[in-house]
Design a protein around this ligand. Structure first.
Ligand code: SF4
Length: 262
């Protein structure tokens, strides 16, 4: 993995779209590109991880001029890259967020978030989300081999919740057909591991990423690839019929088990 420093004009992006999935007002990504290499993710094509020059000073200059709101960290790139163990950029970002009384929603797959539990606990309004794609370890071992196992991530949800961090479980991306018969089981596990809410988002297949993902999928299960070609024939999103079927299933079980959905 190569790391490079890079100049940036603006670090904090304001969200203008209403009803965004991660309930926040601003987006900050401490790193650009991700070294974890999940096969469905386009943050992983470029093998260079960019570190933003003068990141913390710039954040401090920008945040002063913003009205207080919720900062989403990690919606594009995991904020706990391996190099974060030495650089402490995400940790110091959380300190700045606390200093200026902003709220935070942090998303990750990494246990390294526990290192920063002391600061997270001091932020007035804090949420975290840990994502998985399946309870089947064969699936996660294939599609996301460089991140903690699904069980470790579920245990992470529990640890964060037990530390009084409002923590949710995300199924992102929701991989069509792979997940269909697991929805109830995952929701039951979310209760067992003390998740306070559920988020899910269907896999999107755009441009070059579509070809790369389908090539991986073919090696995993060629029949699935054929089904995906049909499902994504007219759009980067699964067809409406399929989406409705899965949404209905979620609605049914979320209601049945009284689970909050974001
Ligand atoms: S950890 Fe997140 S950002 Fe990194 S490759 Fe996987 S899905 Fe992408």
């Amino acid at each position: 993995m190569t790391y490079k420093y890079i100049n940036y004009d603006k670090i904090i992006n304001k969200i203008t779209k209403k009803g965004n999935l991660f309930f926040g007002d601003y987006i900050i990504d401490p790193y650009q590109n991700c070294e974890f290499g999940c096969k469905y993710c386009d943050s992983t094509f470029d093998k260079t991880i960019y570190i933003k020059n003068d990141f913390l000073n710039k954040i401090e200059r920008e945040i002063k001029n913003l009205s207080i709101g919720t900062v989403i960290i990690g919606s594009v790139v995991d904020p706990y890259q391996n190099i974060e163990k030495n650089l402490f950029i995400t940790r110091n970002l959380l300190k700045i967020i606390k200093k200026y009384d902003f709220n935070v929603h942090i998303l990750t797959k990494s246990n390294l978030i526990m290192r920063d539990i002391d600061i997270l606990k001091q932020i007035k309004n804090v949420s975290s989300t840990i994502s998985i794609i399946s309870l089947n370890e064969n699936v996660s071992n294939y599609f996301e081999s460089n991140v903690p196992s699904t069980l470790e991530r579920l245990e992470l949800v529990k640890k964060l919740s037990e530390n009084k961090i409002n923590t949710g479980l995300a199924i992102i991306p929701l991989l069509p057909y792979i997940i269909d018969n697991e929805i109830e089981k995952i929701l039951k596990q979310s209760i067992f591991f003390k998740a306070n809410f559920i988020i899910y988002k269907f896999l999107e297949l755009k441009g070059f990423q579509k070809k790369i993902f389908l090539d991986y999928l073919e090696k995993f299960d060629n029949n699935l690839k054929i089904k995906y070609l049909e499902l994504y024939k007219n759009n980067y999103y699964p067809n409406n019929l399929y989406v409705k079927k899965i949404n209905d299933k979620f609605e049914y079980y979320l209601k049945k088990y009284k689970i909050n959905k974001n």
